[in-house]
Design a protein around this ligand. Structure first.
Ligand SMILES: O=C(CO)[C@H](O)COP(=O)(O)O
Length: 175
């Protein structure tokens, strides 16, 4: 699948649309440093009516020392293949899983530890993936940001769309 055919526009409900939009499919991933927070965020989303399914690609818990690129790349590839709409990836800082996910064509991922950045990552950048650093942000703050993030959508008719399209064009080799 090419980046052109897979811009991966986040879909789903907006905060004030009454929940009428299609529930989204989310994939979660983490390394040992992020497993506990990932599991907590996974359960939060499984109880959220805006989320249809939460697919967990591991690691299961902090005893598993598989390095962060492995679950992050697997999660990002599932989004690129159209098997999930969005991803929530966690490591110690959120940086390693973001860098890994961004290597998958068509995927836009960023760490976002504040509400405004999380919102703009969707509305400006059409990011499908948000990442957290479990050694940086507390679980309550991560839950609040995640709950808000689930309600944001990218407007393909907004001025930001052409900017994201420029990234897609570069990735597709069209300069
Ligand atoms: O935060 C991480 C990568 O960004 C990861 O959880 C720890 O990586 P390490 O410092 O290389 O062990």
């Amino acid at each position: 699948m090419t980046a052109e055919t897979h811009t991966g526009a986040p879909t789903g409900p907006t905060p004030d649309d009454g929940g009428g939009a299609r529930p989204i499919r989310v994939v979660v991933a983490a390394d040992s440093a992020g497993a506990d927070l990932k599991n907590r965020l996974r359960e939060l989303m499984r109880a959220d009516p805006r989320v249809a399914v939460v697919d967990d690609v591991g690691v299961a818990d902090a005893s598993d020392d598989v390095a962060y690129p492995v679950p992050a790349l697997e999660g990002a590839e599932r989004i690129a293949r159209g098997e999930a709409d969005r991803g929530v990836f966690v490591c110690g800082t959120g940086i390693g899983v973001a860098i890994s996910a961004n290597k998958v064509p068509g995927i836009r991922a960023t760490v976002a530890h504040d509400s405004y950045s999380a919102e703009r990552s969707v509305k400006s950048n059409n990011c499908q993936v948000i990442t957290f650093g479990a050694r940086v942000i507390g679980p309550d703050a991560a839950e609040k940001i995640l709950t808000e993030w689930l309600g944001h959508t990218f407007d393909e008719n907004s001025p930001s769309a052409a900017k994201v399209a420029r990234i897609d064009s570069y990735e597709a080799g069209r300069v």
